[in-house]
Design a protein around this ligand. Sequence first.
Ligand SMILES: [Zn+2]
Length: 109
Amino acid sequence: MPNPVPIEITKSSPREITIRWDDGHLSVYAIHYLRAECMCARCVNEITGMRILDPRTIAEDLTIMNAEHVGRYGIKFTFSDKHDDGIYTWERLRALDKSLQGDPDKGAE
Ligand SMILES: [Zn+2]
């Protein structure tokens, strides 16, 4: 079965992103959570995998200023703290959806 891809990505509130997937699932992410899970080289040490970013330093009222597709496989967000290095692949966004975690039928592989 092919990996699910988004058919609609909306900033459903200043603090939330909602993704509608082609398998019918709806994911709602807190923007603060997405920012905290950024996997770019400035947020995570590429060699050790250790998180450099301290989530406590992220503003509670953080929002997303812009979003652009990266190829066919993901999206890049520009957060209101000017951070735009992280690419969120569809696979990763599915894995970040807490409502899918622990469900062997729908969860990340
Ligand atoms: Zn980052």
